[in-house]
Design a protein around this ligand. Structure first.
Ligand code: SF4
Length: 246
């Protein structure tokens, strides 16, 4: 399969399960919008509104402005959802609480120089463009913002992979994950500084993944891949011959 670009989402999908990648990016089988995506996207919209304003004015907005942007985004994406895991209004209320936990404590520590920038960076050795989609960039670091179920102690593997990709292709070694935890309704900042060894190890993973995709190798990750099947919609729809129950 010929590919001329790769994003973090494509890479992490391929590493999670090659068959999943094939369903999504080769066969292009579309799935219904999961309700869980609505809150994350809307929280992101609220925070983005603040940092975009801060780029221009140097000041944080009042919390009500973030909540308005959150509300608009939530209602817009909600139109795409047919089935809600939690009742819609309960889900929406969680997002209000998360923004109230994040904004007063963390926004004031961030001085953005770029917000929501997408760059396509040519990698001549891999003969493709790498898509770097930064939530926020400051003078010395790249920041990614995620709404997750539980707040972790360290940056989780899949988000570290994303930050390694962005670090490698922007040259900024320092990264931050701004995590908003739905379970305890708290927010925290996790820091990391990549070293040469970590970035060259990431590059090797990326190279091998690109080779695998180009060679058409689309297999599940090992025998015990049921951890991935547990949250794979293609499996739940009965489309996958490798699907394994919990
Ligand atoms: S059901 Fe399991 S093996 Fe099949 S695509 Fe999904 S994660 Fe991969």
């Amino acid at each position: 399969m010929n590919i001329s670009y790769i994003s973090y989402t494509q890479l992490v999908t391929y590493l999670r399960c090659g068959r999943w990648y094939q369903f999504k990016y080769v066969d292009k089988i579309a799935l219904p919008t999961p309700s869980g995506i609505v809150l994350g996207r809307a929280v992101h919209a609220g925070i983005e509104t603040n940092y975009k304003n801060k780029l221009e004015t140097g000041e944080d907005l009042p919390i009500d402005s973030l909540l308005d942007a959150y509300n608009d985004s939530f209602e817009e994406t909600a139109l795409e959802v047919d089935v809600w895991e939690l009742p819609k209004e309960r889900e929406k209320d969680l997002g209000y609480k998360l923004l109230k936990a994040y904004h007063p404590k963390i926004s004031k520590t961030v001085k953005p120089i770029l917000v929501e920038e997408e760059e396509w960076i040519n990698d001549p050795e891999l003969k493709l463009n790498v898509i770097v989609k930064k939530d926020v960039e400051t003078k010395d670091s790249i920041i990614d913002i995620k709404t997750i179920s539980r707040l972790p102690e360290t940056i989780p593997f899949d988000y570290e992979l994303q930050l390694a990709m962005y670090s490698l292709y922007t040259g900024k070694r320092k990264v931050q994950l701004h995590a908003l935890g739905k379970k305890h309704l708290k927010a925290k900042v996790l820091h990391k500084e990549f070293n040469d060894e970590e970035l060259s190890s990431f590059r090797e993973v990326l190279k091998q993944a690109v080779r695998g995709i180009r060679a058409g190798v689309f297999l599940p990750t090992g025998v015990n891949h049921k951890w991935a099947c547990a949250f794979c919609e293609y499996g739940k729809l009965g489309l996958c011959e490798f699907w394994r129950e919990k």
